[in-house]
Design a protein around this ligand. Structure first.
Ligand SMILES: CC(C)(COP(=O)(O)OP(=O)(O)OC[C@H]1O[C@@H](n2cnc3c(N)ncnc32)[C@H](O)[C@@H]1OP(=O)(O)O)[C@@H](O)C(=O)NCCC(=O)NCCS
Length: 208
């Protein structure tokens, strides 16, 4: 039985915004793939999600969704449905965690959601007793590299021509997942949740 890290409580903000992070379910795969295609030039095939969710007991995937009416002009036809705006995944490989994916819809970037999903994946990695965690990132991906640097990822290598367009991948790692790191994750989580609440409260969703 895989131990479950804390996920976000449903967060109720002013003006009816409510969001939560929960485990990705098979019925989410379609929406996740749509977002994956919007965000990445080399999105995963459905089989990759199916493999991870159905057949890999050492993998955990998360989605971030709004759970109430979203008065956003990009989704006026779906006012009452849940709206998935981000996802993240991790798996354990031997004793090391691997953050396998992370994405936020472009309309909702810069508010703390990417950080909150990364914290969730890192806390899950620690709950599953990994001693270290790694990931791949494009050298040109400044937002992601800054985010990972904030969480003490350091460069440990490079995969040549890793991505389909020929760009290399940098390998980043947090070499020691210890009590101090867990404490930092918990503190950052509180700060990020507060920041998101504040930003959602002041955001005019119809102006973006
Ligand atoms: C990377 C990504 C997930 C960040 O999500 P986000 O919700 O926009 O990021 P947050 O608002 O949580 O920001 C967290 C940190 O990321 C960094 N960051 C985010 N956006 C940034 C930007 N435009 N420029 C520089 N740094 C940025 C900062 O360090 C920031 O911390 P700070 O607010 O204390 O400065 C998002 O940009 C994304 O989905 N990008 C496309 C997919 C991708 O590249 N995924 C990673 C693959 S390895």
């Amino acid at each position: 039985m895989v131990k479950q890290a804390k996920m976000s409580e449903e967060q109720q903000c002013q003006d009816g915004y409510t969001y939560r992070i929960r485990r990705m379910e098979p019925h989410d795969i379609h929406a996740v793939m749509m977002l994956d295609r919007l965000v990445f030039s080399d999105p995963w095939p459905e089989s990759a999600y199916t493999q991870e969710i159905y057949f890999n007991p050492l993998a955990c995937y998360f989605v971030l969704e709004f759970t109430q009416a979203m008065p956003h002009r990009r989704w006026p036809w779906k006012p009452r449905n849940n709206t998935l705006i981000g996802f993240a995944g991790m798996r354990i490989e031997q004793t090391r965690g691997h953050i396998s994916t992370l994405a936020i819809h472009q309309d909702w970037r810069g508010m703390g959601f990417g950080e909150l999903l990364l914290i969730t994946a890192l806390q899950q990695t620690m709950a599953m007793k990994a001693s270290a965690v790694m990931l791949e990132v494009r050298p040109t991906n400044t937002p992601a590299r800054n985010l990972y640097a904030k969480y003490r990822f350091i460069p440990i290598g490079r995969h040549t021509r890793y991505y389909q367009d020929g760009e290399d991948a940098l390998l980043l790692e947090v070499p020691h997942l210890d009590a101090d790191y867990a404490q930092q994750l918990a503190e950052y989580r509180q700060l990020v949740e507060k920041r998101i609440q504040e930003r959602l409260s002041t955001q005019d969703p119809l102006s973006s």
